[in-house]
Design a protein around this ligand. Structure first.
Ligand code: VDX
Length: 441
């Protein structure tokens, strides 16, 4: 109540100084923040400032009607009634006196025309604001129909080819992390079949990449029968104990990358030769990109369910790779993870990586560049419109593509040494041998 009084007081004073509006606005804010709005006349709930004082609707109407009627009231008592919400109708004289006392002024009452003009003005302002908002909305740049479609297609393609449950990993030859590989472990491992995984994502169209790579699914099974021979020699089993599992993981991932590539708009329309050239040169990069989805910043490992399918740097060294690759690879994963890409950006980046025209062996450079440009523009537009604070995101993503080139280079180097050793290359899959091999199609 004392706050209410002081506000009323300040309003009364300021009226005299002709700064009523400013002061009442200030006072109003004070009210909004701190005080329940109480009618200065009767103590009922106030609805705001009316004729220069904080009042309820009832006292507002009472004051206006009284002034319009030029009513004069006389108090039936001694002229000092206390006005409350409940008794305010009992003594009009004291109620009106109270109105004047707290600063209500008849000069503030609008004529009917003024009321109408004020209403019109308010309505016009509302209309104008709505119009401005509609204009802003219409002018806001949007993704083109085509761009939205590209994004939707890629996101769907990724969902179809990346299984967050990682349940297929149980079909890979099992990971072996400690001690020498036992004969039985090795044998059990080789019985795990990848043939299911190889068949599900392939269709039979004569001119596309899958037919060429399909030849190797037969080989894939032959290889496994061979590897599963109980007589095979495992003397060297303690070395590269993780190679069978990671080779199967990568082989499986290559199939998924192929499945993804086939759904990138325009990819299937390329010649089989160009499809293969693009896949062979980018597969490892796309695998590194997509693996970021399982990469975990807390423990710097790829976590694909349970302790078995959690891969740390040390595990990968047991597949024949060295820190020269793995250190920058983990750095890359950390940097990429910290970009916090939207899924839309993540899938566009993979598609852009795959459709790089500057890969060895590509014929139709122009066509691939055009496809990649379309994706890059879509990515830039997406970031501009949908990534808050994303000013630097595109540039950083392009830098990641550059990082991938050198990771690819280092992987190729290390893979070459691996594949030159028959006891190790025999642990790979035909698809891995085909895709990472140096033969040109
Ligand atoms: O995200 O030279 C994704 C699916 C999941 C898991 C995953 C992780 C990728 C990893 C972790 C995927 C283990 C080590 C890998 C790394 C990416 C590249 C790296 C496989 C694959 C190895 C350097 C690759 C070595 C391959 C080879 C032995 C043939 O798809």
């Amino acid at each position: 109540l004392s706050v209410c009084l002081s506000v009323c007081l300040s309003v009364c004073l300021s009226v005299m100084e002709n700064t009523a509006v400013i002061t009442s606005t200030l006072a109003n804010e004070e009210f909004d923040r701190n005080v329940p709005r109480i009618c200065g006349v009767c103590g009922d709930k106030a609805t705001g400032f009316h004729f220069n004082a904080m009042t309820c609707e009832g006292c507002k109407g009472f004051f206006r009607r009284s002034m319009k009627r030029k009513a004069s009231f006389t108090c039936p008592f001694n002229g000092s009634c206390t006005i409350t919400k409940d008794n305010r109708r009992h003594c009009q004289a004291c109620r009106l006196k109270r109105c004047v006392d707290i600063g209500m002024m008849k000069e503030f009452i609008l004529t009917d025309e003024e009321v109408q003009r004020k209403k019109d003005l308010i309505q016009r302002r509302k209309d104008e604001e709505a119009q401005r908002e509609a204009q802003r909305e219409a002018q806001r740049p949007r993704l083109s129909e085509d761009q939205s479609q590209v994004i939707a297609t890629l996101v769907e393609a990724h969902h179809k080819t990346y299984d967050d449950s990682y349940s297929d990993f149980n079909r890979f030859r099992p990971p072996v992390r400690e001690g020498p590989v036992t004969r039985s472990a090795s044998r059990a491992a080789s019985l795990h079949s990848l043939s299911d995984a190889s068949s599900d994502s392939f269709s039979h169209s004569p001119e596309s990449v899958d037919t060429k790579l399909m030849n190797f699914s037969n080989l894939l099974m032959m290889y496994q029968d061979q590897g599963g021979s109980p007589d095979s020699n495992d003397d060297d089993g303690s070395k590269l104990s993780m190679l069978p599992h990671l080779a199967d993981l990568v082989s499986y991932s290559i199939q998924k990358v192929i499945g993804f590539a086939k759904m990138i708009p325009g990819f299937r329309e390329l010649t089989a030769e160009d499809q293969i050239a693009l896949l062979k040169s980018s597969a490892i990069e796309v695998i590194m990109l997509r693996s970021n989805q399982s990469f975990n910043l807390e423990d710097m490992s790829w976590s694909c369910g349970g302790p078995d399918f959690k891969y740390c740097v040390n595990d990968v060294t047991k597949a024949g790779h060295t820190l020269e690759l793995l250190e920058p690879l983990v750095k890359f994963q950390v940097g990429l993870k910290k970009l916090n890409l939207h899924e839309e950006e993540h899938v566009l980046l993979m598609a852009i990586c795959l459709l790089s025209p500057d890969r060895p062996g590509v014929q139709d450079h122009g066509r691939i560049e055009a496809l990649q440009d379309r994706l890059s523009e879509t990515l830039q537009a997406y970031i501009r419109l949908h990534h808050p604070g994303g000013r630097l995101v595109y540039a950083r993503m392009i830098q990641k593509l550059a990082d991938l080139r050198s990771l690819n280079e280092e992987h190729s180097k290390q893979y070459r040494s691996l594949s030159f050793q028959p006891e190790h290359s025999m642990q790979l899959t035909p698809l891995v041998l085909e895709v990472f091999g140096s033969e040109v199609s």
